[in-house]
Every structure is written in structure tokens, then in C-alpha cells.
Design a binder for this molecule. Structure first.
Ligand code: CFM
Length: 473
């Protein structure tokens, strides 16, 4: 049933939000406030709007740079910036270095008054001495150090000579962009300019690919890496899940970039195409059909189509009985997905494979291309929200009565308090969710959330409970 009411009640005092809320109607975008145009995205949040967005620093340090496993990750700024970007995103590596340590220049009041450059240089030298196994230092700028005008780039140059290892400075001060998305861009550009192609290795790279835009959240990569390798391909560099700095330096030797997160990592694929003529393909590594397509498209590039079909057939035969079991249990459920950006569209098809429909899709920092993909995939009448604020999320959970909410830790307890089953799509409570076997884990976790006995107890106590597919008006 089409949703007729798209003005959210909570936005009466915030009319600017109307352009960020839309419904798919007649295959097109109908804006919440009735104005003309596509859903508005990637613009500054209206002051006073209780956004959930992160900052540029978060996108650079937490998402793109942070997973590089053998470098010292140093925040140039106040200690809070370092603490709150440490360990929250489970981009696992085969070393626990980053789980154990985070590094910060700990800018205090006198540093802000007199400048932090000397302190930064001293911190880099000290950290490099304490951790001689580290292969370099990534330094991330913050609002405080940018505002006082510290020349971190120059310090990084001096430090590189002193410690004899690459020191890379990221100009990712929090206020630089409208969301963490700008930090992805800074991270891509800096890594590309400073590291990619800085080494020219010998060897046979004729079957080498890079997996671009996967960050190994709870070991997602384990679900699909071996499948590409079974085709006879070599994964040279992972950008940036479980990757070493040496692997980044030789990334340009690959024949093909396979791009999964097309929000955070298309930048580097584009830059490599321009400079090294490295082609890239966009793939989705979530869901059975998409994962099969990713293998097919990658294999086709190398003329390995027959091998791909063998792998796909084997994997589908392995997981289909379990998927079928869950599909029976999940059939007909209506879902609200709220993710950073790509996962909102990646998962519409995946949920469909499990018999579920996405009725609301929202992203924190999606751009036009993300929303184009959401519009093309979501069903008619689907509600789409850009950068939703907390009251909007609560209103959607209450009034649009989704059976399931897929989102992150920030929203988990709101959902539970409102009696809506919840699955953590960002950091996964269990996972991994990628690839064929990850899809089984995903289905299992959705089933556990939806069919937990706790909802019956809540209902017995007269508390709110998930509604069963009541039509949305
Ligand atoms: Fe790409 Fe990501 Fe995402 Fe992202 Fe993220 Fe994430 Fe995400 Mo959380 S890189 S855009 S900034 S797929 S951390 S692994 S789950 S918001 S939709």
C-alpha cells in the first residue's frame, strides 16, 4: 500500500527536512514537502537538527585509514577524538595492535595557545621508538589543531626523515565536510598520493585484483576471499580491511579493482583508472545473487567464466537449504534499513531473497548516486530519508510499524524500547554478513531478532510490541 503521508509530524518546526524525505511514487521521487526535485542529500545539516552524522575525521580515521594494520594511528588533537574513534568499528586484522593501542598528541590548553607542532613531532618519534615493528605513522588532523593552524604536513615531512618510515598526514579536520563522507574522500586521496605506486615490485601480476571498499567488519572478508582465489586470482591489496602499508604501496600493479563500498572507495578506483589505467567494476558482496554476480563479473574480466560457475554452483548448493529454512520464517516481513549509505541499497535485494520487503530506507551520508540506487531498488511506496534525526527515527519506528529495524548501535536501544526487533548492520553483534555464508548468518540473526520470545512477554505486559504488517497510511 502506498504511503500517502510523508510529512513527518516531528518536523513541524523544521521545514528544511521536507526536501530530505521522499517516497517512491510512480517510480520517481516525491519529496516530503511537495517541492520539485530529487531527494536532497550531502548538504550541511540544519542547525538544531539532531543529526546522527559523524565528522570528517571520523570518516578518515575510523573508516578508511584506521584499518591499515601495521602503522601507528595517531590523532593530532584532544584526547576525546582519539578515544571515541578507537575500537568502535570492528575492522578486524590478523594483528591486535589497534585493539590494544591508540595514539594521540593529547592537545591541552597550553598547546592550543602556543601551538602543537613540536609536541606532534615529539609524539611521532616517541611512538616510533616504542613500537619499532610499526611500518609507518598515520597522523590525523582534528578541528582543534586545524583551527590553530598547526602545519602537520611539514611535521610529517620532518618526522619521515627522522624515523626513516613513511609518516602520512591526513587533512581530515572534523569541520572540513558536511559528514564523515568527506573523510573517506580525504583518506582515499591522501593514501593514493602518498603511498600507492611508491614501490615497483617484481613479479607476475597478470591475475592480481584489489578488493576495494571492504573493511573486514567482523571478518567479512573471510566469507569471500577464498572464492576469488579459487578462481585462480590473487588478491593483491585490500582497501583497506586487514591491509599492510606495503600492500597499499603496490596496489597499482593489480589488473582490476573490484569495488564493493561505492561510497567510501570509488575515489581511489577513479584515481587509479586515471593514472594507471586500472579498470574497475562495481560489485555487491552481500546476498546470494549479488555475490554470484560479483564472481561472474570478476571472472569474466579474466576469461574465467567456467570456473566461476563451478564455484557459484557449489556455494549455492551448500547454503540454499539454510536460506530456504529462514525464508519460510521471515517471509512477508517489512523492514526499515538505516545505514551509512551503501548498505541501505545493498540490502534491499538481499532482504528480498529472504522474502522480506524494505519499506523505509535511510542513510546518514548518502550522495545522489546512493539515492538513485535506493530508488531503483525499493518497492513502490517506499519511504526514503536522508540524514534522519532521532525524532524522525522514533516516529518511523512508531507510526510506520516496521517488523524489523536494521541499523547501528546508536539506534539499538531506541528500537528495543519501542518494541521493534533490531539487527546491528554496522558492527554486527555476531556476523560476518558478507558472501554466501555471511548471508546465512544474517538470516539467522534476523530470525533471532524477529522471533525472540521477549516480544510476546512485552505484549503480555501491555508494552508496545512489533506490529504485524499493518498497512501504513
Ligand atoms: Fe561503506 Fe562501510 Fe557503509 Fe562506510 Fe560506515 Fe561501515 Fe556503514 Mo557503519 S565504509 S559507507 S562509513 S559500507 S562504518 S563498513 S557500516 S556507516 S553503510
Amino acid at each position: 500500500m502506498a504511503m500517502e503521508t510523508i510529512e513527518l509530524k516531528c518536523n513541524v518546526t523544521l521545514p528544511e527536512r521536507g526536501k530530505h524525505i521522499a517516497v517512491k511514487r510512480g517510480g520517481c521521487c516525491a519529496r516530503g514537502d511537495g517541492s520539485e526535485g530529487f531527494i536532497m542529500s550531502n548538504v550541511a545539516t540544519t542547525p538544531g537538527d539532531m543529526t546522527e552524522r559523524g565528522c570528517t575525521y571520523a570518516g578518515c580515521r575510523g573508516v578508511v585509514g584506521g584499518p591499515v594494520k601495521d602503522v601507528i594511528q595517531m590523532t593530532h588533537g584532544p584526547i576525546g577524538c582519539a578515544f571515541f574513534s578507537w575500537g568502535y568499528r570492528p575492522h578486524l586484522a590478523d594483528s591486535d595492535f589497534h585493539m590494544k593501542y591508540t595514539f594521540v598528541t593529547d592537545m591541552n590548553e597550553s598547546n592550543i595557545v602556543f601551538g602543537g607542532e613540536k609536541k606532534l613531532l615529539q609524539c611521532i618519534i616517541e611512538a616510533a621508538q616504542e613500537f619499532p615493528a610499526a611500518k609507518g605513522v598515520f597522523v590525523y588532523n582534528t578541528c582543534a589543531t586545524a583551527l590553530i593552524g598547526d602545519d602537520g604536513k611539514d611535521v610529517a615531512k620532518q618526522a619521515t626523515e627522522i624515523i626513516g618510515k613513511p609518516v602520512v598526514f591526513f587533512e581530515c579536520e572534523g569541520f572540513r565536510g558536511v559528514s564523515q563522507s568527506a573523510g573517506h574522500h580525504v583518506g582515499n586521496e591522501t593514501i593514493f598520493k602518498e603511498l600507492v605506486g611508491s614501490v615497483e615490485p617484481e613479479g607476475d601480476f597478470s591475475r592480481a585484483i584489489n578488493i576495494v571498499g571492504d573493511y573486514n567488519i567482523k571478518n567479512d572478508m573471510r566469507t569471500f576471499e577464498h572464492l576469488f582465489e579459487t578462481l585462480g586470482l590473487k588478491i593483491l591489496t585490500r582497501f583497506t580491511g586487514n591491509v599492510s602499508i606495503e600492500e597499499i604501496k603496490i596496489m597499482h600493479k593489480a589488473q582490476l579493482n573490484v569495488v564493493h563500498c561505492q561510497r567510501s572507495a570509488t575515489y581511489i578506483a577513479d584515481m587509479m583508472q586515471a593514472k594507471y589505467n586500472t579498470p574497475y567494476i562495481n560489485v555487491t558482496l552481500f546476498g546470494l545473487k549479488a555475490m554470484a554476480q560479483a564472481l561472474r563479473d570478476t571472472a569474466a574480466f579474466f576469461g574465467l567464466e567456467a570456473q566461476a560457475e563451478v564455484v557459484i554452483e557449489r556455494e549455492l548448493a551448500r547454503v540454499m537449504p539454510q536460506i530456504e529454512y529462514y525464508r519460510q520464517r521471515l517471509q512477508g516481513k517489512r523492514v526499515f534499513i538505516y545505514q551509512g549509505a551503501p548498505r541501505a541499497w545493498h540490502w534491499i535485494e538481499l532482504l528480498r531473497e529472504l522474502g522480506m520487503e524494505t519499506v523505509v530506507a535511510a542513510t546518514t551520508f548518502g550522495h545522489d548516486d546512493d539515492y538513485q540506487k535506493i530508488f531503483s531498488k525499493i518497492q513502490e511506496g517506499g519511504l526514503i530519508i536522508d540524514n534522519p534525526n532521532v525524532p524522525e527515527i522514533e516516529e518511523v519506528l512508531t507510526d510506520h510499524t516496521p517488523d524489523l529495524f536494521i541499523s547501528g548501535n546508536k539506534e539499538k536501544y531506541v528500537a528495543h524500547k519501542l518494541g521493534v526487533p533490531f539487527v546491528n548492520g554496522h558492527t554486527y553483534d555476531t556476523g560476518p554478513y558478507a558472501g554466501f555464508s555471511g548471508m546465512v548468518n544474517f538470516a539467522r540473526d534476523i530470525d533471532k531478532a524477529l522471533n525472540s520470545p521477549v516480544w510476546r512477554l512485552l505484549r503480555a505486559q501491555g508494552r508496545p510490541a512489533p506490529q504485524v504488517s499493518s498497512p501504513v497510511t
